[in-house]
Write a protein that binds this ligand. Sequence first.
Ligand code: NAD
Length: 371
Amino acid sequence: MTSVPTLSVGIVGACGRGASFRSACQLLGIRIAAVCDIYAEGLPKAKETLGAEEAYLDYQQMLERAKLDAVIIGTPMPLHVPQAVMALEKNIHVLSEVPVGISIDECRQLVRACKTSKALYMMAENYTYIRSNMVIREMVRQGLFGRPYYAEGEYLHELKELNEITKWRRKWQTGINGLTYPTHSLGPILQWMPGDRVVSLCCAGSGHHYKDPRGDSYENEDSCVMLCKMRSGGLVKIRLDMLSNRPHAMTNYQLQGTDGCYESSRGGPGQSHRIWLRERCPDMHTWRPLEDFYEEFTPTVWKTYLEQAKQAGHGGGDLIEMVDFLDAVTGKREADIGIHQALDMTLPGLVSQQSIAQGGAWLDVPDSREW
Ligand SMILES: NC(=O)c1ccc[n+]([C@@H]2O[C@H](COP(=O)([O-])OP(=O)(O)OC[C@H]3O[C@@H](n4cnc5c(N)ncnc54)[C@H](O)[C@@H]3O)[C@@H](O)[C@H]2O)c1
């Protein structure tokens, strides 16, 4: 591993999600040394578009031959842990797509790899970096919500067609019951409840109302909801729906604290995020638009990259998370979503799959810090 004035990264899954990291890398002066994908026909184009120096069909070879400081993992979910472990074993930093992995056992394996590696692991939970989510996080930090004790998150993303194009989704996102993709909802919420984590949960679903093009029912019930009991005693409700016929709504959030509450916009015409804070809104029955507070509570990193972030994917999150990763690997500060925070966002989904299989039983969620 070289020292890191200019970071050299390899991107795996470069013909899919991996390609979306191009603009953030370019903007931040991160060198894309190599790309990797098993899709041979698409690889030359990915190499060109991403401005990479080398291209590999084989991940192991990329790790061995390209001189990388870090890898960005944008491959399907079951590859995240194996590929992260392989990089960490070579002391190559990892920025991995969400979620961490697809089983509790492999998450344990990743924690072991993190413990013995000199490199760091960060999960690319880009929704936590969306401006409105970071503004709420800053307000919580400054105490404006008092003690947060209830939150809701929803990820409603109808992807029946996408399932057939990116076929791994048919199995890993809609082929398992429970919450198979929870981090975009739970991630920001956990950051609004600092120091807290999900200790137990139960999960139930709304039944099966759609079939895939082969006439098979999806194993995933259309809407699955998990109720999460927090260590602090608070409660969080997460709904995931990838199947119901409806417009997308992937960034629905609510937060309730002793001194304030927040409801994100449902995206309808003329709607905006709304907030009530005891300290700033003396009338307890009147909301204010969150935008009224943007100037005061937008974190510096967002102000620094404001114009560029507006162009970046996922509400700017795709860029701001890369700033965080760069800061972490260059030792400026710890990653916000290191291995344990990443698992706090991931493990509840995996336990929800056990809960729904057991008729909605309340089950404990392991704490990876004890592994
Ligand atoms: N954070 C976000 O907002 C966001 C958005 C989309 C996807 N994702 C995540 O990104 C990941 C990829 O999703 P996608 O939609 O791009 O899927 P995709 O199928 O379009 O792309 C995955 C790519 O990985 C390649 N690949 C598969 N096996 C490989 C291997 N062994 N070695 C190298 N390359 C391999 C495929 O050929 C493909 O090009 C998933 O984990 C998904 O959850 C996250």
